[in-house]
Design a protein around this ligand. Structure first.
Ligand code: SF4
Ligand code: SF4
Ligand code: SF4
Length: 254
């Protein structure tokens, strides 16, 4: 008797679809893994729309009330739900707008057609449904995606590292970008990306999200000592971390 392959599906919400592109790219060079699964739904890569799947990968943030029902339907079908990338994991860059009055943002983007488009404050999918695993980053890291899928196929749930990026960066013997006159969110951001931005001489922007107990005050002090004004520090933290920062500050979306 032929053993059935695990059925997996990919879904997108508010996103740039860059994480799905990374998935396609990763699978093209991991054909054994591709052959070990049956992909039944992946709008960016195929036209079939199978609704029978065990593992669902979800890219994108929830940014409309009507997204919630679609997320819940995926949750009901899938045994395992995986948040794919910073938009799904953190609300991502979509959540930058949460600090602005929603009507102002809608009018800025859509002008006098604003009423045509449904929207509400962007949020991570974990605020709507239970998420079993996360593959962070903007975009996701290819190796981490492949390793995570292998673990899921073995019945294991991948866990995110708890260490801050600085640990990974130091192990790679990088020169700290603060010594080059740049700023970096590494002390408060979750490791696991091989410290790729500092490895190429740029500061971390925070796309993998905060560690569970970030020392925000200490980081802000370091950034201020390196010449950043309070508003610049806030903007730096808001690129990927608006949703998390507003939670830490007990601030409601406008
Ligand atoms: S996490 Fe980044 S690359 Fe992935 S969908 Fe969102 S914006 Fe695009
Ligand atoms: S470059 Fe960034 S991640 Fe690396 S040690 Fe400095 S602050 Fe930490
Ligand atoms: S260094 Fe920071 S911004 Fe760059 S990929 Fe890693 S977590 Fe994301």
């Amino acid at each position: 008797m032929t053993q059935q392959k695990p059925k997996i599906a990919f879904f997108d919400f508010a996103s740039c679809e860059g994480c799905q592109l990374t998935v396609i790219d990763s699978l093209q060079t991991n054909l054994e893994l591709l052959n070990a699964v049956e992909i039944v739904n992946f709008r960016e890569a195929m036209s079939e729309k199978g609704q029978d799947y065990q593992i669902a990968f979800i890219e994108g943030s929830c940014s409309r009330k009507s997204d919630e029902a679609r997320l819940q339907a995926i949750r009901e079908q899938a045994d395992i739900v995986v948040a794919l990338g910073a938009c799904a994991h953190l609300g991502g860059v979509n959540a930058v707008r949460n600090r602005q009055p929603l009507e102002d943002v809608r009018t800025y983007v859509y002008g006098n057609k604003a009423d045509w488009y449904e929207t509400y404050p962007a949020r991570p999918i974990s605020q709507v449904i239970t998420v079993d695993a996360t593959i962070p980053g903007c975009p996701i890291d290819r190796d981490e995606f492949i390793a995570s899928v292998k673990m899921l196929l073995q019945g294991r749930i991948p866990k995110l590292p708890e260490t801050p990026l600085c640990v990974e960066c130091k192990l790679l013997e990088n020169q700290c970008v603060y010594t080059m006159g740049k700023v970096c969110l590494g002390p408060i951001v979750r490791a696991g990306c091989k410290a790729i931005c500092p490895s190429f001489g740029d500061g971390c922007e925070g796309c993998r999200g905060l560690v569970s107990e970030p020392n925000m005050e200490s980081l802000k002090q370091v950034m201020a000592e390196h010449g950043m004004a309070d508003q610049d520090i806030s903007h730096k933290l808001d690129l990927f971390l608006t949703y998390q920062m507003m939670n830490l500050e007990n601030e409601e979306p406008k």
